[in-house]
Design a protein around this ligand. Structure first.
Ligand SMILES: NC(=O)c1ccc[n+]([C@@H]2O[C@H](COP(=O)([O-])OP(=O)(O)OC[C@H]3O[C@@H](n4cnc5c(N)ncnc54)[C@H](OP(=O)(O)O)[C@@H]3O)[C@@H](O)[C@H]2O)c1
Length: 271
């Protein structure tokens, strides 16, 4: 396979976004590696995958809206990414491109920092790509998962695909039936005033938000006010990036340095 100097990693997405580059480049510097990470906003994801092969890109993150469309152009797909139906990480080992989903691991590692998941009653709000990863991860960790979503059709498909319970619209969520609730919708992302569970929380819940900008979303602020334990979307984001670093470098990820770089960049972006 071609060998660029320095070793090149990157991300492909609809519009370029600086956050992954800051997190990954901070990790490579801390690990003393001659790696560089570049963010590519692209229109043709199939050509993007071909470019990985042509240029010898070592690892490529995949963001919206290309997480599904790239799959059929890879050489292998990890079992978890296959079940979730989305690839957010392409690992290029000697020219063989394997697709992974690190979002589910990020969610599980972030949650397990504050609680056990085994037999916990988990409500997941949402039925898009992030929700699929979160539901898969929680089921893998032996939680009992119920899905709520605005569109019932999408929610039912996710629930039956992955083996979760279908709960209905978010207005039917009842706090007393759950130990953990996770917002996996796009509500709250870059929307500091939007809370998809406004008025529906109770103090016994552990509350997680996948939205990572702002760091303290309206949901997490309300949860903290009630005395709930909270898990931020930034913690999920940094954990999923750690798995990418492990895949691309074979080394243990320097999580504290990555988290600091991420938080500084979010602050610079003023969200
Ligand atoms: N922290 C992390 O590491 C991480 C990783 C991946 C993604 N994310 C975040 O996860 C979020 C979701 O991403 P995605 O890829 O799953 O998006 P997606 O596939 O477009 O799904 C969006 C979900 O949000 C729901 N939704 C959107 N607007 C809504 C509204 N006004 N009211 C109620 N529900 C609404 C949709 O419901 P319908 O089905 O009814 O349309 C759907 O369930 C994004 O903010 C993304 O940044 C975070």
């Amino acid at each position: 396979m071609p060998q660029p100097l320095p070793t090149l990693c990157g991300s492909i997405m609809g519009s370029p976004f600086s956050l992954s580059a800051k997190i990954h480049n901070a990790a490579y510097a801390a690990l003393g590696l001659d790696y560089t990470f570049v963010c590519f906003g692209i229109e043709d994801p199939v050509a993007g995958v071909a470019a990985i092969r042509t240029l010898g890109v070592r690892g490529m993150n995949v963001s919206m809206p290309y997480k599904t469309v790239v799959m059929e152009h890879l050489d292998a797909i990890d079992e978890s990414a296959l079940v979730i139906g989305a690839v957010n990480t392409i690992n290029n080992v000697d020219g063989v491109l394997t697709g992974y989903n690190t979002d589910y691991l990020g969610a599980v590692r972030a949650l397990q920092e504050v609680c056990e998941l085994n037999k916990q009653r988990v409500a997941v709000i949402g039925a898009g790509g992030a929700a699929r990863a979160v539901v898969y991860g929680c089921l893998q960790a032996a939680a009992r998962v119920t899905v709520f979503n605005r569109s019932s059709e999408r929610g039912k498909v996710l629930s039956s695909d992955l083996g979760a319970h279908w709960g209905g619209g978010v207005e039917t969520f009842a706090a007393q039936d759950f130990d953990i609730v996770i917002n996996a919708t796009s509500v709250g992302f870059k929307q500091p005033d939007s809370n998809p569970l406004d008025g529906l929380l109770a103090s016994h819940l552990i509350v997680m938000d996948v939205a990572f900008m702002p760091v303290r979303t309206a949901l997490l602020l309300q949860a903290a006010e009630l005395g709930c334990r909270t898990v931020s979307g930034t913690r999920m984001l940094v954990h999923q990036a750690c798995r990418q670093i492990e895949l691309y470098t074979g080394m243990e990820a320097p999580i504290d340095i990555m988290e600091q770089a991420m938080l500084e960049e979010i602050q610079r972006l003023n969200l």
